[in-house]
Design a protein around this ligand. Structure first.
Ligand SMILES: Nc1ncnc2c1ncn2[C@@H]1O[C@H](COP(=O)(O)OP(=O)(O)OP(=O)(O)O)[C@@H](O)[C@H]1O
Length: 770
């Protein structure tokens, strides 16, 4: 176990020093404080909560017992006493000095504990009997601090603790934890340490002390599962007769109320392993932590989105847990943002249990990649605000939201092709599809226009301005129209590297090559897609009409919804099919995985405010790029041109020509399968997008990009441009395979799209912990 021996007892010689060193940091709380923290309360087996009852006489008793067993503060003259301890606890992390002495936080409670190593019985009566058998000779000094429970030479970090079970009226209590299990010495370099369940049953010196220990754990945010006395035949008896004589009639440990959440589980994720992962590994953790969960398994693509858009929030006030890959999270996000009250929707916390092909979001943002750690992050709670980006199809005003990345070119083509191999190759399908796509690599042409972000903006200096954006403004344009979008996915593909390199190679130094224009760009932050800022960003600040007026010529039914089937190819379905509007409820009723073809507008002339030509109407890239060599494997051209286009103070950089790929990242996009980082400078909450342009065409160039990506050196390539942006517009060339991937969902890129940040962030459950 990683943590168990982290701060083990030092030698007898240095123990006195250590005690001196730690004395300041380990000042025990006064008994009164401890008692206050204990906040005797009750969580009776039924899970019902009752009001706290204070028992002064019990408090006095506990106070006395604590005084006698442990000194309040380790003073110099206490050293002798402390030397008599059977085991010394070096809370100062091996005597590292005062600066380290708070590694385990402040002391909440201390006393003697016996670790009962006998197998924990399921029989309560036997438990009661066993407890009385434990002799105090085995007792060791123990301390509960704000960060750990330490006894003898062992330390259990509270981060690894899920809950504590306690039977009223007994001296013993059980700590349920999931510490890291260390691989055996020889294998530790090869095998990642994993968490596994470990229950520690302790016996305290007295019932009062047991209450103190358990109450202290409750104060440190551990859930306490309080059960009746094992000898009581009924809960009624436990709370009336037994408690009257032995213990307070009601024990109310002050700990957090167990959360109530909705679990949306994609049973197809991870090649169908997600149900096993949830019920076998994750659910027991949530049960230990007292969570009240309603589990819904999705029946088809789009189901999660429908659930998230319509669920009664009062039934899951603490959030929605997604079990699956990045795709299911994207569905839930889009569902939440399509609710009538979008502000409420985006504020619903989202928990993530990684059980799909790739879970870049939770790995990058919370540093969690296995289901147990993810469940623990949810149990431990806290929220991490995360940017949300919106990709809007300008001509049709359709919007799809994302949390991870949107991509165009080779990667989106691979995403599409990978569908074919889903059943046969599972997570390896990206590699297989990447290989085949590589062999017959087409050329991709785009017009890219981006608004670089200023350094000051990236550092949040105008956060006040950001905060001033009213969510209702935001909703007027982007969100209200998003209800109609219902674009489907092909599969999860936040893991760009899995396309070409399934191997694991460590990252190295990363050189970023931001655009020159970025540093000379003094413009206001165009984060958020409220109509006003969007117009500003597009250089049409004089347009004041409501969204409907802005796009007057748009027929209501022109959303470029493009559900794809998992089995059909793009050609089968005809990318430029009928104009229609996707009814999202249809997805919910679809019994199979396959989706119907719903395609997009062909002839939409685009909104009035966007009518001004920014580029040639129909770029002919073969002509515009005279240096482009013919043939499939050319590798010598940058293939694009660049210019700065000032509009109303905002200088948009225009780059057009050939691109192997365009990646617009919301966070660093780490991949679970390897140590690569696609956008090393990206932050999930910096209000900017990181744009990666891989210029040019040709297999050699593409191969070099992916190889260097594995080594973390892809940004050093001369044809790779990396810039932080506030907004990006992308328009495909004429003969492209026009796909666009958003968090693993695949869409048709018929016409120009604009990616920008929403002013409001969503909230992921959990915090990044090292
Ligand atoms: N019951 C279902 N049947 C088929 N598709 C579903 C179902 N539930 C959800 N989906 C679709 O599957 C997509 C992918 O889900 P998710 O990201 O959870 O898995 P994944 O990581 O891609 O899984 P896999 O390991 O199979 O690649 C979702 O975006 C959703 O559209």
């Amino acid at each position: 176990m990683r943590d168990m021996h982290r701060n083990s007892t030092g030698s007898t010689n240095n123990s006195t020093n250590t005690n001196n060193k730690i004395s300041s940091a380990l000042r025990l709380s006064s008994p009164q404080q401890s008692l206050r923290r204990l906040g005797l309360c009750s969580q009776i087996a039924t899970g019902e909560h009752s009001s706290p009852v204070v028992f002064p006489e019990k408090r006095a008793k506990v106070k006395a017992s604590r005084k006698s067993s442990v000194p309040t503060t380790l003073r110099p003259d206490d050293q002798d006493t402390s030397e008599n301890f059977e085991h010394r606890i070096d809370i100062g992390a091996g005597g590292g000095g005062d600066e380290k002495s708070d590694l385990l936080g402040y002391v909440v409670f201390s006393g003697k504990l016996v670790l009962d190593k006998r197998k924990i019985s399921t029989n309560n009566n036997a438990d009661a009997q066993q407890t009385s058998d434990v002799t105090n000779q085995d007792a060791v000094d123990a301390k509960l601090t704000s960060k750990a429970l330490a006894w003898g030479s062992q330390v259990l970090h509270l981060d690894d603790v899920i809950s504590v079970s306690y039977n009223a009226g007994l001296r013993h209590f059980t700590v349920h934890s999931y510490p890291f299990k260390k691989a055996s010495c020889g294998l530790s370099c090869f095998i990642k340490s994993q968490r596994s369940r470990k229950d520690f049953r302790f016996v305290a010196s007295s019932i009062e002390e047991a209450l103190q220990w358990v109450g202290g754990c409750a104060d440190q945010q551990c859930f306490v599962n309080c059960l009746p006395h094992p000898l009581s035949s009924s809960k009624k008896q436990a709370s009336s007769e037994l408690f009257q004589s032995d213990t307070p009639p009601e024990l109310l440990f002050r700990c957090k109320t167990p959360p109530k959440m909705l679990v949306i589980l994609n049973p197809r994720s991870g090649r169908g392993r997600s149900s096993k992962v949830f019920h076998g590994i994750v659910e027991p953790i949530f049960k230990l932590a007292g969570f009240r969960l309603e589990v819904v398994k999705t029946t088809c693509a789009g189901h999660a989105r429908n659930l998230a858009s319509s669920v009664d929030i009062s039934t899951c006030p603490d959030g929605i847990i997604c079990v699956g890959g990045d795709g299911i999270i994207n569905e839930v996000l889009n569902g939440l943002l399509s609710r009538d009250n979008q502000k409420e929707g985006i504020s619903i916390p989202i928990g993530i249990i990684p059980a799909g092909s790739d879970n870049s979001l939770v790995w990058t943002v919370l540093g969690v990649r296995d289901p147990i750690s993810a469940a623990m992050a949810i149990v431990k709670g806290g929220l991490t605000a995360t940017d949300v980006f919106a990709v809007e199809w300008i001509q049709t005003s359709t919007i799809h939201y994302g949390l991870t990345v949107s991509y165009y070119g080779f990667v989106s083509d691979v995403l599409e092709l990978s569908e074919k191999y889903q059943k046969r190759f599972g997570p390896l399908r990206y590699f297989v599809a990447g290989f085949f796509k590589f062999l017959c690599l087409p050329r991709y042409s785009y017009e890219v226009e981006y608004l670089p972000a200023l350094k000051t903006e990236r550092e949040g200096k105008i956060s006040g301005e950001k905060e001033a954006v009213d969510m209702s403004d935001l909703c007027t344009d982007i969100m209200s129209r998003s209800n109609k979008d219902g674009m489907p996915r092909a599969s999860s593909l936040s893991s760009i590297d899995s396309i070409m390199t399934p191997s694991r190679i460590s990252g190295g130094d990363l050189d970023t090559c931001s655009s020159n224009h970025a540093s000379t760009e003094p413009s206001e932050l165009v984060r958020g897609l409220d109509p006003k800022s969007k117009r500003l960003s597009s250089g049409r600040g004089n347009v004041t009409a409501e969204p409907e007026v802005i796009h007057p010529q748009l027929p209501l039914s022109t959303t470029p919804n493009w559900p794809r089937t998992r089995s059909k190819s793009r050609n089968d379905k005809g990318w430029t099919g009928l104009t229609t509007t996707l009814d999202t409820t249809r997805w919910g009723n679809t019994a199979t995985n396959d989706r119907e073809d719903i395609s997009s507008t062909l002839s939409d002339p685009g909104p009035i405010w966007d009518a001004e030509p920014k580029w040639d109407a129909d770029p002919n890239w073969d002509v515009e790029n005279p240096i482009e060599l013919p043939g499939p494997s050319d590798d010598t051209v940058m293939g694009s041109t660049k210019e700065v286009v000032p509009r109303f103070g905002d200088k948009w950089v225009v780059s057009k020509g050939r691109f192997l790929g365009i990646l617009v990242c919301n966070h660093a996009c780490r991949t679970v399968q390897s140590s690569q980082v696609v956008a090393p400078k990206a932050e999930h909450d910096d209000s900017t997008l990181d744009l990666l342009l891989v210029h040019g065409s040709g297999r050699l160039r593409l191969l070099r990009f992916f190889l260097l990506l594995q080594m973390g050196r892809h940004l050093s390539l001369p044809y790779v441009e990396y810039v932080k942006v506030k907004s990006v517009r992308i328009k495909p060339g004429k003969h492209n395979h026009n796909g666009c991937g958003i968090d693993g969902e695949l869409f048709a890129l018929n016409g120009q799209v604009i990616s920008s940040m929403l002013p409001e962030q969503c909230r992921l459950i959990g915090r990044f912990r090292l």
